[in-house]
Design a protein around this ligand. Structure first.
Ligand SMILES: N=CN[C@@H](CCC(=O)O)C(=O)O
Ligand SMILES: [Zn+2]
Length: 397
């Protein structure tokens, strides 16, 4: 059954030839977009939905989250707001809480977080392991994640965990585990591997070993890089041909040029930057240099406990010098590109755009234009969400 949407006050498409259409219409057929254009030219369809002048965007593609966890770190956050700095060690606190949770509890927590993300307009979602940090626990996280989200990333190399009696573990021996039995255990459930290349986590050499092993196992690569300092993560991501390097708070001109000259997506995480009081990632500089930028929530209990992409996009406009069209593109097409899902095998648009042939993932705002995401920050602007043509969030009337 086909469905015609009219009364779209502003439609953002990510079609470079026609990024914004005023007074638009759209036809969805069989879960994909069949027609896009101005209302005056719209064809007929089996059903008709009139949106009363509201704005429509592609559904958010959140390409970086850590949703498989138990516990909370609000005390750590409160201390940070009182002047403490963020350090990687807090990952161990969440690892302890996550290991102690039953499968059912962890699956329920994950399910709730996915529902929250969808309620906020997210229609395509990545999440990572990384709070298990043992063969068994990482495999459990990957298995649960594979049932709940679209893309799963293996992040056994998140932190070197403590031993059973709280004793330090040799980092290189832990990397052997990450590259060997742990990788083998998670392999059936994951498409990506990631590494936290940073002081207090993994050195560039250790990170390279992890990425090489993952690549040899057929996984795509991602890097947490340059979050706390110039960690070498950007250089490594470019050298290894990773799909994305995420955080990028501390970059110099050479890093920016390297990203601009590569296929590596620079993923900025505005909510994380606020929550850790980090220097904001230089999204404007990256865009001006020609790099591809994605925006993601980085939802996790340590550095960014929100899955609100509306908030991330509003912040990118308010604080990072992005235009609303750039920010929406980065949080939709950019995220899809970071996951290598922006086009399908047939080379047609697949995820993250409102173009003919793309999956009908649609986000309707209770506002006439997308700029309201920054103009009315914090307001509940998500009005309706469609995933592959099926309405998954209906307006509260
Ligand atoms: N930086 C590394 N990992 C997460 C934070 C994890 C945590 O502190 O629990 C991030 O992306 O910010
Ligand atoms: Zn992260």
């Amino acid at each position: 059954m086909s469905e015609l949407f009219t009364g779209i006050g502003e439609l953002l498409t990510n079609d470079p030839g026609r990024p914004r259409i005023i007074d638009a219409a759209l036809v969805v057929d069989g879960g994909t977009i069949a027609w896009v254009g101005e209302r005056a030219q719209a064809p007929t369809a089996d059903r008709h939905t009139f949106l009363q002048g509201r704005a429509m965007l592609p559904g958010w593609v959140d390409s970086h989250t850590h949703l498989v966890f138990a516990g909370d770190r609000s005390a750590e956050f409160e201390a940070r707001m009182a002047g403490e700095s963020y350090a990687a060690g807090g990952i161990g606190v969440t690892t302890t809480a996550t290991r102690a949770a039953s499968d059912d509890t962890l699956a329920a927590l994950l399910g709730d977080r996915v529902r929250e993300a969808v309620a906020g307009g997210t229609t395509y979602l990545e999440t990572k392991t990384g709070y298990g940090l043992s063969v068994e626990q990482e495999q459990r996280a990957a298995r649960l994640a594979a049932k709940a989200v679209d893309e799963v990333t293996y992040l056994g190399a998140h932190l070197v965990p403590r031993g059973p009696d709280g004793e330090p573990v040799d980092a290189d021996e832990y990397v052997d585990l990450v590259c060997g039995p742990m990788l083998e255990a998670v392999r059936p459930y994951v498409r990506w591997a990631d590494v936290f290349c940073e002081d207090g986590a993994f050195t560039p050499e250790q990170s390279r070993r992890v990425l090489e092993a993952a690549r040899d196992a057929g996984l795509g690569l991602r890097v947490h890089g340059n979050q706390l300092g110039r960690s070498g993560g950007v250089e490594l991501a470019v050298e290894m041909g990773a799909a994305s390097v995420d955080h990028v708070n501390h970059v110099d001109e050479a890093d920016v040029e390297a990203l601009a000259g590569s296929d590596v997506v620079a993923t900025v995480l505005p909510a994380c930057d606020l929550s850790t009081r980090a220097p904001l990632a230089p999204a404007r500089r990256l865009l001006d240099a020609g790099a591809t930028v994605a925006i993601a929530s980085n939802c996790n209990p340590g550095t960014s406990y929100t899955s609100s992409m509306n908030f991330c996009v509003g912040t990118a406009v308010l604080q990072m010098g992005m235009t609303v069209i750039e920010a929406v593109r980065a949080a939709t097409w950019g995220g899809a590109r970071a996951l290598r899902r922006e086009v399908g095998t047939d080379d047609r648009p697949a995820v993250g755009s409102v173009q003919v042939g793309a999956r009908a993932d649609l986000h309707v705002l209770d506002a006439p234009a997308a700029i309201h995401l920054a103009y009315r920050p914090g307001m509940p602007l998500t009005w309706g969400v469609w995933r592959a043509g099926q309405q998954v969030v209906a307006p509260v009337l």
